[in-house]
Write a new protein. Structure first.
Lengths: 279, 1231
């Protein structure tokens, strides 16, 4: 289903300073029952990420960190079982997972001799039982499972979606008998940057010649288009020539930059419902 | 000089003799003794004749042309001194073109003698500049008193002045008109006292793009709209300007003198001169109107004289005595299309009767004269005209003046037009794409370090980013390359630290250059992506039309005139600016190296010669391909050479030559030490010897066109110019002997050489002062009978592509038709398409023996396509053979290596030893097998080549020929393959084995268990299982509900949990969409879920009374989980987490605490072999170390004991145990 720009704007409007929690998402679903959860979540996530990018810096000043940490300590002192950290994050309008990271880092600084490495932090966020302090572990865990835009679980979900779409895409390519090289094969050949698929025999889609395909499996808003264009697509163009095919959500556009951006299939489970990849 | 014309007019000398004389041939017996005597007496003047003639014609026509289309090329060759060269003293050795002007001394032999001695290069102090502006001591100034009318006439140029409505023909005004005689290539009167006359040669300054040069406006040759002398503004800037300080006074004096002389002469003249008045005087009143004058053959004034001059002029053109053929044609066409005469009949200052037919009277007294003259010349140039493109021919054939004056010529042109197939399109579709990633040269193995590799990766992206930005912005007004991109480019260049990175980048740069500039469209401006969009909208069938439209819109836009300066049109501008902005010494050096290499490679490319004995049909087909290939090579070479010239001479380029002789000498001494960047002289020699001038010279010209002022003075380059001059002279179009160069080939060379001779940095006198005998130019073409030169490789398309300025002829004619006088100066851009693709590889070297000679002989008698086919097949099969060996033999060896390695690993335990040692030992075992490669390679070639040859050759090929061709193909392919294999097979095997070893060792590392067998889904699976991302998301929801905070009404329906686990099972069984990280997270989440179940922490939807799971339900769910862990998960499940303090701690705040589920779970884990007893005990043990509330610790201890005391039970006992468990749990909870 194609989402119009107006609809998109309306959704985005609803997402202004909404905490990234299960409850927010539920409300969003009630508000826009015609949109799939995946689409809403994708938009939510992207809008929220934009918000975080804008405000990220102010939460990372020394003063801010210190004040958050003190508030956390005071909170758990009063009641360790209360969702102190989560509420703190919501209150200061920051992602719970990221707040958990700030506090955890600060905590470890205080309790360990050497400053914690990034991988240690990440591993603790993934598995809070490694956190030496039980209360903090629970708090962190609560933050990460409740955050629907950041955190290890969300990252994993995103990664899984990307992978799934790649598989879907591969199936479609196979189904259409299109010969291609996938990322692994390209990497084996020594390509430094690899799109998902390079077609060994280019095909035409709506009159555009397609040389390679990259599935982003995410909602294609203007901002992400731009970012992807800059980070990835031009690099591909630089190496593999013309165009690309972007799968998923719901705005169709042909960019004027020589890249063809398209919605392929949605995140529905029934891939066969959208067989016309090369419409 | 005038004397010669005079003699001709008096019929003392025949035209033929005169031309022979001019051409410096030895006197032939045909000359009558009288002629010989006359000519001998004039000998010293010989060299100056042609420039004089050319200037004379220009001057004579000046009244006609001002209103015509731009007259860029008034006087090729000779007239004025280059302003930049102060007449001479400092630079005595080097003449300026203006020196070619005959000095005003009397032409008597005696008087000429001293001059003659100064001939050629030694004529430094410049006799020539009659137009003054030289400082003191110009020998000829003020010299007068000669009696020859022609000389007088010439001198009249100088004698008019605006103030005196003198007898001056027309020159003075024109000379002073900057627009007509723009001081091109000349520096505007800059430093005081250095005003120099600008030459009238069509200026070819080195382009406005040479930022270092001062502005040279002349190229666009603005239309001349008024009579020059009435243009004071022009006077101000003109070096010859009548009002200019140093030169003008003497100039005026001189003119005055000349005027007197001339009138004297006229009165003496035996024949009455034509009463037609001429005017040098301004006619302001009439200049505005542009009514065309009809030309009438009946009203031609002095036919005989015009005829004679036309004949001499044509002969000079035919003998290549003029520097630039096309410039002359342009001039003639200008005459043909002149609109009206400026000179007014009423300004009769002429002395009246008595001068009729005198040589002294103006040559062109009316439009009729001009047209008559032009048509006469064109008649003699018909061969050249007939080779022009179809459009030009059409315009010529339709020209009514031509029809009127020479129906015969018109008929021939019409016939030529109808027979012509030379449609020339200057617009091609742009095909700009990025250079694709080339694994052979671009992958990591080609870089010294990871860092270099990644830096290059970034640079590639920056480069294209810069390129795209340029594309987007370069046409915007006010956008500046340096401002916009300069710092980014330099930052990027700064990162190219290692030499190897430089060469990588240069390779990318060069490839992109060739790719983007290969088509004229790419050079024209449309780039990247735009065109395809538009085109796709129109559909293929309209492409042709669109292209024509595009051509009309795009092609005639730019200006340039018939002799434009070297420029960097379109995309080339990007690369030039990039080089300038980068201003990186290393980059330039690498670029020069790379360009030189590529030029050598392409220049040496064997282009199959075309033998004339082909049967026609086949020849025609082959032909296209050969021409195309030649064109691609030539255009690529020109592009590369242009950039090589640009970069190589970049450090030396300056706006003008060094000011003093001393400075120049020291620079010369210095520069002569510097070896040339590419040994072009040798390449030129080789090209001439191998009769490949048609390939070598055009790119050499591009290279030289960027030379700085000093270059032509260096011995090395002087000899090149001298060679080129000889070549130019030898390319007489009329001679078409067997084995001679083809007409169009010659035409191309003449065009490019003519263009080169007009470049400002090429000394003006170079062309005319060359001393040597043209006969001395004998290149012994030993090496090949049929060089490229005698193969018609050039067609009109290529000619026009290389020399877009030839298209000016067409535009001139077209503007005549359209009535517009081309004021806007719209002329075609210089488009230099080039190409990279499909240059073909060098055919394999044949061995030297008799066999090779036989093969050569065989091919010699066969059509060239046969040879190409065989070589192509051999090349491909040879290459395929190598690939095949890699895929079979080498791959087998690698598999063996892997097997051996596995054995070794098993034998030695996990250790295996040093990777390097392993590789060594494996290679020593396996490399000997590499020898099989040669045998296998031979077999492969033997098997594959004949079929390919058969498929590609015509069915009708005679059997003997076919089998010979097959054998040769097999031989060549085998040679190619085996040469490569024997040199590289060992290295190849080593490399592959090394890669395999490191792969295995790496895989050996972390999780050998996981690596095992990864089951896919079953064959019948239709992959309808829920997507992992969906499941993770669902489970996450449950987890977050359990973790809280939650709203009172939130909860999970019990059946949802069951459903979820069921879906999880499906997904794990399908695996189609499962990636390892997702599976790991699912495993972890399932463990979390189990912990929540055990602790009864999952909020269940339902009536408030039963917001907890029933015991049985919980157990069922745990069972499902256990089975998933056991059966379906392939990733390791972090079961230890079940006993992590955090998860066990979940039990701590439930009241009453229920331990039975945990105990049940632990037992099941052991039972199913998911966890070892010991492992669980260890976990429980460490649990007790944690901090717990008192009572909880006790219960934990009890649990521990319970677990320990329970022996590992067989199935039935477990059930029993299960039954009692609730009680025990209760007991525990209550204890």
């Amino acid at each position: 289903m194609i989402l119009t720009k107006a609809q998109y704007d309306e959704i985005a409007q609803c997402l202004v300073s909404v905490p990234p929690t299960r409850q927010s998402l539920r409300k969003l679903k009630q508000r826009f029952p015609s949109q799939s959860q995946a689409t809403l979540l994708s938009i939510f996530s992207q809008e929220y990420q934009k918000h975080i990018k804008r405000t990220h810096a102010k939460h990372h000043t020394l003063e801010a960190i210190e004040s958050y940490y003190q508030r956390y300590l005071n909170g758990v002192l009063k009641n360790g079982a209360a969702p102190v950290l989560l509420e703190l994050a919501n209150e200061v309008d920051y992602a719970p997972s990221l707040m958990a990271r700030i506090i955890l880092e600060r905590f470890l600084q205080e309790h360990e001799e050497t400053p914690p490495s990034k991988s240690v932090i990440n591993s603790m966020l993934r598995d809070p039982s490694q956190i030496p302090d039980g209360v903090l572990a629970n708090q962190v865990y609560q933050c990460t499972v409740n955050d629907c835009c950041y955190g290890p679980l969300v990252d994993c979900i995103k990664h899984a979606i990307g992978h799934e779409h790649e598989v879907l895409l591969r199936d479609l390519l196979l189904e259409k008998n299109l010969s291609f090289l996938d990322e692994d094969q390209l990497r084996a050949k020594g390509y430094d940057k690899t799109p998902d698929f390079i077609l060994q025999v280019p095909v035409a889609v709506e009159g555009h010649i397609i040389h390679w395909i990259e599935s982003k499996a995410s909602f294609g808003d203007e901002c992400s288009h731009h970012a992807y264009l800059h980070d990835q697509f031009w690099s591909y163009w630089n190496r593999c020539s013309i165009e690309l095919h972007e799968s998923d959500p719901n705005i169709k556009r042909i960019s004027n930059s020589g890249l063809l951006v398209r919605i392929g299939f949605q995140q529905h489970q029934n891939v066969q419902a959208h067989p016309l990849l090369w419409r | 000089m005038a004397a010669v014309l005079e003699s001709l007019l008096r019929e003392e000398v025949s035209v033929a003799a005169a031309v022979r004389w001019i051409a410096r041939r030895t006197q032939s017996s045909e000359d009558s003794p009288g002629e010989a005597a006359v000519l001998r007496s004039l000998r010293p003047l010989r060299k100056e004749f042609v420039p004089f003639l050319l200037n004379f014609l220009r001057e004579q026509s000046c009244r006609v042309l001002p209103q015509g289309p731009p007259t860029p090329a008034k006087a090729p060759g000779a007239s004025a001194t280059l302003p930049g060269r102060p007449g001479g003293p400092p630079r005595g050795g080097r003449g300026a073109r203006s020196q070619l002007f005959p000095p005003p001394e009397p032409p008597s032999p005696a008087a000429e003698a001293p001059l003659a001695r100064r001939g050629g290069r030694r004529r430094g102090p410049a006799p020539a500049r009659e137009r003054g502006s030289r400082g003191p001591g110009g020998p000829e100034e003020g010299v007068g008193g000669e009696s020859l009318p022609w000389a007088g006439a010439r001198r009249l140029r100088g004698s008019g002045s605006p103030s005196s409505p003198s007898l001056a023909l027309c020159d003075p005004p024109n000379l002073s008109n900057l627009e007509e005689f723009p001081p091109v290539g000349s520096v505007p009167p800059g430093p005081a006292g250095r005003t120099k006359p600008s030459r009238r040669i069509n200026p070819t300054p080195v382009s406005e793009e040479r930022s270092l040069s001062k502005p040279k406006t002349c190229f666009t040759s603005p239309p001349i709209s008024c009579v020059p002398s009435s243009q004071p503004s022009a006077l101000d800037t003109s070096p010859w300007g009548l009002g200019l300080p140093p030169g003008c006074r003497s100039l005026q004096e001189e003119r005055e003198m000349l005027r007197k002389e001339r009138s004297k002469q006229l009165q003496q003249s035996p024949t009455p001169s034509c009463p037609t008045p001429e005017s040098g005087s301004p006619l302001p009143s009439r200049t505005g109107s542009l009514t065309d004058e009809a030309a009438d053959p009946a009203r031609v004034s002095s036919r005989q004289r015009l005829e004679l001059v036309a004949l001499v002029y044509s002969s000079c053109i035919a003998e290549n005595l003029v520097p630039n053929l096309f410039l002359e044609l342009f001039f003639v066409l200008q005459l043909l299309t002149a609109r009206r005469m400026v000179a007014a009949k009423d300004s009769d200052l002429e002395p009246g009767p008595g001068v009729l037919e005198s040589v002294g009277s103006p040559l062109f007294q009316s439009i009729h004269d001009c047209v008559f003259f032009a048509v006469r010349v064109l008649e003699r140039q018909f061969p050249v005209l007939s080779y022009l493109d179809k459009g030009t021919l059409k315009l010529l054939a339709e020209n009514e003046r031509l029809l009127c004056f020479s129906p015969a010529l018109q008929g021939r042109l019409r016939a030529a037009y109808e027979g012509s197939v030379a449609k020339v399109s200057l617009v091609m579709l742009p095909s700009a794409q990025a250079v694709s990633f080339q694994p052979e040269t671009d992958n990591r193995a080609n870089f010294s370090s990871d860092r270099a590799f990644h830096t290059f990766k970034k640079q590639r992206d920056v480069f294209y980013e810069v390129l795209r930005e340029w594309e987007d912005h370069h046409e915007e007004p006010g956008w500046d390359f340096e401002k916009g991109l300069g710092s980014r480019i330099r930052a990027m260049m700064g990162q190219l630290s290692a030499a190897c990175s430089h060469s990588h980048f240069v390779r990318l740069f060069q490839k992109q250059l060739l790719q983007m500039c290969q088509s004229p469209g790419g050079a024209g401006g449309t780039v990247l992506g735009e065109a395809p969009d538009v085109l796709s909208m129109l559909g293929a069938d309209k492409l042709g039309r669109l292209r024509r439209l595009q051509e009309r819109l795009v092609a005639p836009q730019s200006s340039g005139g018939p002799c434009p300066p070297p420029t960097f049109p379109g995309c080339q501008g990007f690369f030039r600016d990039f080089i300038l902005s980068a201003s990186s010494f290393q980059f330039n050096q690498h670029l020069m190296d790379s360009l030189s290499l590529k030029i050598r490679e392409l220049n040496g490319l064997t282009l199959p010669p075309h033998e004339p004995n082909d049967d026609e049909g086949e020849a025609d087909v082959d032909w296209q391909g050969e021409r195309r290939q030649f064109a691609m090579v030539l255009l690529s070479l020109r592009l590369l050479a242009k950039f090589l010239g640009f970069v190589a001479f970049l450090p030396y380029r300056g706006p003008e030559p060094p000011p003093t002789r001393e400075l120049q000498d020291s620079i010369l001494a210095l520069r002569s030490q510097v070896p040339p960047v590419l040994d072009v002289r040798t390449l030129l020699w080789q090209g001439l010897r191998a009769r490949r001038a048609v390939l070598t010279v055009p790119w050499l010209v591009e290279f030289l066109s960027f030379a700085d002022h000093i270059v032509p003075l260096l011995d090395y380059y002087r000899s090149i110019f001298s060679l080129l001059l000889h070549l130019h002279r030898s390319l007489v179009l009329a001679q078409e002997r067997e084995g001679e160069m083809c007409f169009l080939n010659k035409l191309l060379l003449l065009a490019v050489l003519g263009w080169l001779f007009q470049i400002p940095t090429v000394p003006e006198d170079l062309f005319f002062s060359e001393e040597d005998q043209s006969d001395g130019f004998q290149v012994d073409a030993v090496s090949s009978e049929y060089g490229l030169d005698s193969v018609p490789v050039v067609d009109q398309q290529l000619l026009y592509t290389c020399c877009p300025y030839i298209g000016e002829l067409r535009k001139l004619l077209a503007s005549w038709v359209s009535g517009s006088s081309g004021r806007s100066g719209g002329f075609v851009r210089k488009i230099t398409p080039t190409t990279t693709t499909g240059l073909g590889a060098q055919p394999p070297q044949t061995s030297q023996g008799l066999q090779a000679q036989l093969a050569q002989a065989f091919f010699h008698n066969q059509p060239p396509s046969l040879r190409r086919t065989v070589e192509f097949v051999a090349e491909r099969i040879g290459s395929n053979c190598v690939k095949h060996i890699k895929a079979t033999l080498v791959a087998d060896l690698v598999r063996q290596a892997e097997a051996l390695l596995q054995e070794q690993l098993v034998a030695q335990g996990q250790e295996g030893g040093e990777a390097a040692q392993l590789v060594e030992s494996l290679c020593s075992q396996l490399c000997p097998h590499g020898a099989q490669a040669l045998t296998q390679g031979r077999e492969f070639c033997q098997k594959k080549s004949p079929g390919a040859v058969r498929a590609l050759l015509p069915e009708e090929t005679p059997a003997a020929v076919l089998s010979s061709a097959e054998n040769i193909a097999v031989g060549l392919a085998t040679e190619k393959a085996c040469t490569w294999l024997s040199a590289n097979i060992t290295a190849l095997i080593r490399r592959e084995v090394k890669a395999a070893v490191s792969r295995i060792l790496r895989a050996q590392g972390p999780e050998p268990a996981v690596r095992g067998e990864r089951r896919g889904c079953s064959r019948a699976c239709e992959h309808h299982a829920p997507l992992p991302s969906h499941l993770i998301s669902e489970i996450k929801d449950v987890l977050s509900l359990a973790a809280g905070p939650r709203d009172p009404e939130e909860g999970v329906p019990p059946e949802h949990l069951e459903q979820l686990l069921g879906q999880l099972g499906q997904t794990l069984q399908c695996r189609q969409f499962l990636c390892p990280p997702a599976e790991q997270h699912l495993a972890k989440c399932s463990v979390e879920l189990a912990s929540l179940l055990v602790a009864d922490k999952i909020p269940i939807l339902g009536p408030p009374a039963q917001r907890r799971l029933e015991r049985g339900q919980a157990r069922r769910l745990l069972h499902m989980l256990l089975s998933l862990w056991k059966e379906d998960f392939q990733a390791p499940v972090p079961l230890r987490l079940l006993l992590s303090p955090r998860n066990v701690g979940l039990l701590a705040d439930t009241r009453p605490r229920e331990w039975d589920l945990l105990l049940f779970l632990l037992r099941e884990l052991v039972e199913k072999g998911l966890m070892g007893r010991m492992e669980i005990e260890a976990c429980l043990g460490s649990l007790r170390a944690a901090q717990w509330p008192e009572d909880f610790s006790e219960e934990l201890a009890t649990l521990f004991n319970l677990f320990l005391t329970e022996p590992p039970l067989p199935e039935p006992q477990l059930r029993a145990c299960e039954l009692v468990q609730p009680n025990r749990g209760t007991v525990l909870a209550q204890s």
